[in-house]
Ligand binder design. Structure first.
Ligand code: MF3
Ligand code: CO
Length: 252
């Protein structure tokens, strides 16, 4: 296990990078309308990076071909933006990251385009976001990773939704994926303890019908095995002595 602690300069850079990523996600969310092409979402983000002197941590990551992930409806994560128009009622999950001054940030949100198809879809998106913020509220130095995981698991399972276990949150900073892993399922008061200066990503991924997932033929897109709807939220968070700071905070 190689957990890294960031110094003040690096944390300041991550604050700036996080604010930039938040602004970019705002731009993307505002663009989600019926008829909007997913390739244009990717272009908006790529242009934003250029204009703000940031690099991409997604493009070319293990051969990933785009700047963001756009996962639609039954797609959970890692959807490659396609030449596809967003439709009314589509559940759109966008995952995006950037590098600012060599420091990595990573965040995701889910939103429903236009008029939701049903109440369950609304509940799915709401509970996924809520589980992220409940876990974040647990964060401070000394708290164990399992407590974050079990906070997500409890609320999601209480409401009858499902958590795929193959995908996790993670440490972040010098690289997009650092130790430790932060699962969405676990036992409270188990696992390693958070330390002041750690920067981590918590990212609940939630499905309506099953915890099982399938990777599509494109080798990236992960969808629910039963084609039920899916949602994903993520923030990059700094652990402090008495609490936390959401580095990628934005008005979602
Ligand atoms: N942001 C994703 C994560 O949280 C990683 C995306 S990998 C990419 O782990 F290749 F799709 F960029
Ligand atoms: Co992540």
């Amino acid at each position: 296990m190689n957990i890294t602690i960031k110094n003040n300069k690096q944390i300041d850079d991550m604050r700036i990078g996080g604010k930039l990523l938040g602004r970019a996600l705002t731009l993307l969310k505002e663009s989600i309308k019926p008829g909007f092409n997913c390739l244009d979402l990717d272009k908006i983000f790529a242009n934003f990076l250029k204009e703000n002197n940031c690099d991409s941590n997604f493009k070319n990551y293990m051969g990933y071909p785009k700047y963001i992930c756009v996962s639609i409806n039954e797609q959970l994560i890692h959807g490659i933006p396609q030449d596809r128009e967003i439709e009314n009622g589509d559940i759109i999950s966008i995952d995006a990251g950037l590098i600012y001054n060599d420091m990595h940030l990573d965040a995701a949100f889910t939103t429903i385009c236009g008029k939701p198809k049903n109440e369950k879809d609304i509940e799915l998106v709401k509970i996924t976001k809520e589980s992220l913020f409940l876990a974040i509220e647990q964060i401070k130095a000394g708290v164990r990773i399992g407590t974050l995981s079990s906070t997500v698991q409890k609320i999601i399972e209480e409401k009858g939704f499902h958590l795929p276990t193959a995908y996790c949150g993670h440490g972040i900073g010098y690289e997009m994926h650092e130790d430790p892993q932060i699962p969405n399922v676990g036992k409270e008061k188990t696992g390693i303890r958070l330390v002041k200066g750690m920067t981590i990503c918590i990212e609940p991924m939630v499905q309506i019908g099953t915890p099982k997932t399938i990777v599509e033929k494109d080798q990236w897109t992960v969808r629910s095995a039963d084609n039920s709807m899916a949602a994903h939220y993520e923030h990059t968070i700094l652990v402090t002595e008495y609490g936390y700071e959401i580095l990628t905070a934005w008005e979602d």
